[in-house]
Ligand binder design. Structure first.
Ligand code: ZN
Length: 122
């Protein structure tokens, strides 16, 4: 049985860190006269590429920001599954995700086997 309270704290802590990362990146983007929307993962990739071609630094900032935004999304998904009582269950095969895997990647929606099959990015 999964200790949800423990993982909820862990997820909230990780979310706070990722949001802080985004805040930092957002201010960096403001310095470059670039809006955060242009760097979000749901924008078209070619838009990001167009906006990020100026300097190598800009490209790194963009990738950094996209990773942090993707992390927040993944954590929100995990917290939502927790509210629905599905946390710790693989969304692909329905088997239990191992405790060790959840300790390492608490926001993962996949068990280790499915993550390998799907080559899902943690
Ligand atoms: Zn699975």
């Amino acid at each position: 049985m999964i200790d949800q309270g423990y993982f909820e704290d862990k997820l909230n802590g990780e979310r706070e860190r990722a949001v802080k990362t985004l805040g930092w990146a957002e201010s960096e983007f403001k310095n470059h006269d670039m809006s955060i929307q242009e760097a979000m993962p749901d924008s078209a990739d070619n838009e990001i590429a167009d906006a990020a071609t100026d300097t190598l630094t800009m490209q790194l900032d963009s990738a950094y920001q996209r990773r942090a935004a993707a992390r927040v999304n993944a954590i929100d998904g995990a917290l939502q599954r927790m509210r629905m009582g599905q946390f710790g269950t693989c969304i692909n095969c329905g088997r239990e995700i191992s405790r060790a895997r959840l300790e390492a990647i608490p926001w993962t929606p996949y068990c280790r086997d499915c993550a390998q099959d799907l080559q899902a990015l943690d």
